[in-house]
Design a protein around this ligand. Structure first.
Ligand code: MG
Length: 456
């Protein structure tokens, strides 16, 4: 049986396997223990059919240990994060396994600012959970549960507050939206309505019966691409099940690649505001080029949404995100938000009078080659050390070792890191052409293979 994954991003497991009501209740108790009796937590879930069971179990643990619970029902991850802030809660809980298949569910824990726990907080929560020593409250001090149905409305208002609604609405854009029967299906049409879009909404039912594999990558988006062509839409948008990530299809029905979501959104915001941006080490160099064209710079953080947000807050970045389709606008809430991405891309189209395809063509193009292969955990550090030594003498090489190793050269960059959750190593490289990128990957792979062989 697969093991339960307990990481800085929360808990993830298989329903009826590693993640059942007992585990979920224990995590509710552990969170209550960490926050203290008398505190308040908001809780919401994506559309997975296992959601109500996990939600009830977590809430039961929280209430039993004296923490009040505000239930938001089915909502997007950014919507739940927003309500955690707006309701001045002491924490938030999101029941979602994001882009993982239907067999999975997960529990994500949020700080009062809507951002997931820091590594230190996550480690503390895990320690309390492992101890299984929970202080249940007596009848008078049990938590109180209430519900709140304002999430979608407040989320749409918050996004509209940072967008030129009139400029977008005037265009009457025709949009195909694929919500994969996930949490975005409820709130996103409300935003589209405010922006006066003509929406063809596919996989719109919040049933949790995912219409295709949920990871928002090209091979899973054929239906969206076809629908854009069939209706002659201006643009197609695809969300993941908890609606924090967004991918885009251009006016010809072509999937433009998940890396372009952040690049386009960044190009848009830099027309209006200047300042530092933040992203992770694995994200395409396009954002550096877009920022440089506006006289701005990009801070690179270790992989993981929490790390990007932490870097944004620390370095005073006004905007950021991840190359996996995650756009982070702190003026709404500092987490990845597909609704912000949609609104920004539509306003970018509206105010430039350009199509998505034309806007994409204005951004310097790169080829990103990603590989992963089995690698024992103890081989990771020696491979990284070997790569560092190997590239040290190369002219102009710039090293970042805050998360594995990333080496930037003028012609591209190469990254190497071990997985936190599996015995896997990832090597990725980006350059102007595929040959250069693949050669960089092969160069590191040639260093890695004998080291990995020696450790097995
Ligand atoms: Mg997600």
């Amino acid at each position: 049986m697969e093991r339960l994954i307990v990481s800085v991003s929360g808990v993830r497991g298989t329903v009826g396997g590693t993640l059942g009501p007992q585990v979920a209740r224990d995590f509710g108790c552990a969170l209550a223990q960490m926050l203290g009796s008398g505190r308040t937590v908001v809780i919401g879930r994506d559309t997975r059919s296992s959601g109500p069971m996990i939600r009830d179990a977590v809430a039961s643990g929280l209430l039993a240990c004296g923490v009040n619970v505000i239930d938001l029902g089915v909502a997007s991850t950014p919507g739940i994060a927003l309500m955690t802030v707006r309701l001045k809660a002491d924490g938030g809980v999101v029941i979602t396994a994001s882009h993982n298949p239907i067999e999975y569910n997960g529990i994500k824990f949020l700080q009062p600012n809507g951002v997931c726990l820091t590594a230190a907080q996550a480690a503390r929560l895990k320690g309390i959970w492992e101890s299984r020593r929970f202080a249940e409250a007596d009848a008078r001090r049990r938590g109180v549960e209430s519900s709140n149905d304002r999430t979608h409305a407040e989320h749409v208002e918050a996004v509209c507050a940072v967008v030129d609604v009139k400029a977008v609405a005037g265009k009457r854009f025709k949009v195909v939206l694929d919500s994969i029967n996930g949490a975005g299906g409820l709130v996103t049409p409300m935003l589209m309505g405010r922006l006066s879009c003509q929406v063809v909404h596919i996989n719109a039912e919040p049933t949790g019966q995912f219409a295709h594999k949920p990871e928002p990558v090209e091979e899973n988006l054929a239906q969206l691409c076809q629908a854009v062509r069939d209706c002659g839409a201006h643009v197609g948008f695809g969300q993941d099940p908890d609606a924090d990530r967004l991918v885009i299809v251009d006016e010809t029905g072509r999937f433009i690649g998940e890396e372009y979501t952040l690049a386009l959104a960044a190009a848009f915001v830099l027309r209006h505001r200047k300042g530092k941006l933040a992203t992770n080490l694995a994200t395409s160099r396009m954002i550096d080029d877009v920022a440089a064209a506006a006289g701005c710079t990009v801070v690179r953080a270790p992989t993981g949404e929490a790390n990007v947000v932490e870097a944004m807050l620390r370095e005073g970045c006004f905007f950021g995100g991840e190359g996996n389709g995650g756009v982070i606008e702190p003026r709404v809430v500092p987490v990845r938000n597909s609704l912000v991405g949609i609104a920004y891309v539509l306003q970018y189209m509206a105010e430039t009078n350009r199509t998505v395809g034309e806007l994409v063509a204005r951004i310097p193009r790169y080829v990103l080659v990603k590989t992963k292969f089995p690698c024992a955990a103890e081989a990771v550090a020696p491979v990284i050390a070997a790569a560092r030594g190997h590239f040290a003498s190369r002219p102009g090489a710039r090293f970042n070792d805050s998360d594995g190793l990333r080496v930037d050269f003028d012609e591209g960059w190469v990254g190497v890191r071990g997985s936190n959750t599996e015995p896997i190593m990832r090597i990725f490289a980006e350059a102007r052409d595929e040959r250069t990128a693949s050669a960089l990957v092969a160069e590191v792979r040639n260093l890695a293979d004998p080291i990995i062989a020696g450790k097995t």
